[in-house]
Ligand binder design. Sequence first.
Ligand code: A3P
Length: 273
Amino acid sequence: SQKNDFKENIHSNGSCQQLPQTIIIGVRKGGTRALLEMLSLHPDIAAAESEVHFFDWEDHYGNGLQWYINQMPFSYPHQITVEKTPAYFTSPKVPERVYNMNQSMRLLLILRDPSERVLSDYTQVFYNHMQKHKPYPSIEQFLIKDGELNVDYKAINRSLYYIHMQNWLKYFSLDHIHIVDGDKLIKDPFPEIEKVERFLKLSPQINASNFYFNKTKGFYCLRDSGRERCLHESKGRAHPQVDTRLLEKLHEYFHEPNKKFFELVGRTFDWHS
Ligand code: A3P
């Protein structure tokens, strides 16, 4: 059961921990860390460092809002607190729970080509196993079953954006959900971040000069008051080579779901299919 009595912990310097007014809900491997780091360039943003998993993990949710607020960074009243937990987007119970906490929550959703996201998802789990020196099957072993595309593969289900989006739209209208184009954020982050600033009604303080392309990394990195830094090496990894025909099958499979998603959100994306 939810315990709803909580206090905003106050620091002696006047800062306090606040519930998030905006949440990056996903999608897993969509570029959620990049989005959070880039948004954090804004002085009015206070971001929770790690993924909180409040709304999707029963043991966390059962701890109530006081626990949730305790996970938040100290911030000043004019700042917007943000947390990101990419698993929220695909967890059926989460939309209602977020709605029950704050009906005017502003949601950020970063999406990426669904097929590319599947490869990225596989790569993430592959590296998790490698780190623990555990073997992990090839991507083909997940993607193919009885000679056909294995649509039961979890990573494929997570890329069926319209199914998950429908759950959110039961509780939040589209004007509460800003969709960031994750493919564009990779190629040219600044315009996407400007749109987020506008959605959150932040003053325009992030500049094009906050981003520079790092040839070694092959991605944009951040420049913040003279200091330059790239995202962690686990972000922007090479994906496995997949047979062209299998890849085409994957693209084809997402054709209808993508169309449904575009209709649902009244907007199209430059995805394969
Ligand atoms: P890959 O590592 O598969 O390329 P998330 O943070 O949600 O797990 O998403 C990770 C993805 O963010 C990476 O997936 C990468 O493509 C993407 N990304 C977007 N902008 C990036 C950047 N500036 N630096 C590194 N990765 C970035």
